[in-house]
Write a protein that binds this ligand. Structure first.
Ligand code: MG
Length: 167
């Protein structure tokens, strides 16, 4: 059976999940501003937000959000089987599947996204610092990488769009 979900239905669900996990579009737009404000004079938060919205309209991004958040939430509820439960719950440092999922987002607007992603993943500004706080009992092993990747992809889109309006 071949079922394709409507993209707007998936987008709505992905946005709902982000909200449920406590991440706002404004916070992701702040990350884009953090990455891009020194390269684009007169950059506004509105433009950053617009580019985040465009990224969230992509099916690859929606799929990554649905998958990553599901695993985070199941780990938080201790519903995964071992050893995956412990690996995801403790955000084990040798586990890299969260980053692989994030790469499927970074890829969407070409390779300059990788530089942005690497940078923001190291700096962990704003919402990323909060998502990485292990003391809360919340599990965001996938979401921190996904949010960083959405910001990186939106930054790439912004960079491309400034030279090519059709992108
Ligand atoms: Mg992670």
């Amino acid at each position: 059976m071949d079922i394709h979900f409507q993209r707007d239905e998936l987008e709505q669900k992905a946005r709902e999940l982000l909200k449920q996990r406590g991440v706002t579009i404004d916070e992701i737009a702040d990350l884009v501003y953090y990455l891009q404000s020194s390269y684009h004079k007169d950059l506004t938060l509105e433009e950053c937000k617009y580019n985040v919205d465009r990224v969230l309209a992509k099916r690859e991004v929606q799929h990554a959000l649905l998958t990553g958040i599901e695993l985070d939430a199941l780990a938080e509820e201790k519903k995964l089987s071992e050893p995956l439960q412990t690996i995801i719950e403790t955000d084990e440092s040798l586990y890299g599947v969260d980053e692989i999922v994030a790469f499927s987002i970074v890829n969407v607007y070409g390779s300059i996204g990788f530089t942005n992603y690497g940078f923001i993943d190291k700096q962990k500004p704003g919402v990323l610092k909060r998502l990485n706080d292990q003391s809360t009992g919340e599990v965001h092993t996938f979401l921190d990488d996904i949010v960083g990747a959405i910001a990186a992809a939106a930054s790439s889109r912004l960079a491309h769009a400034s030279v090519d309006e059709e992108f």
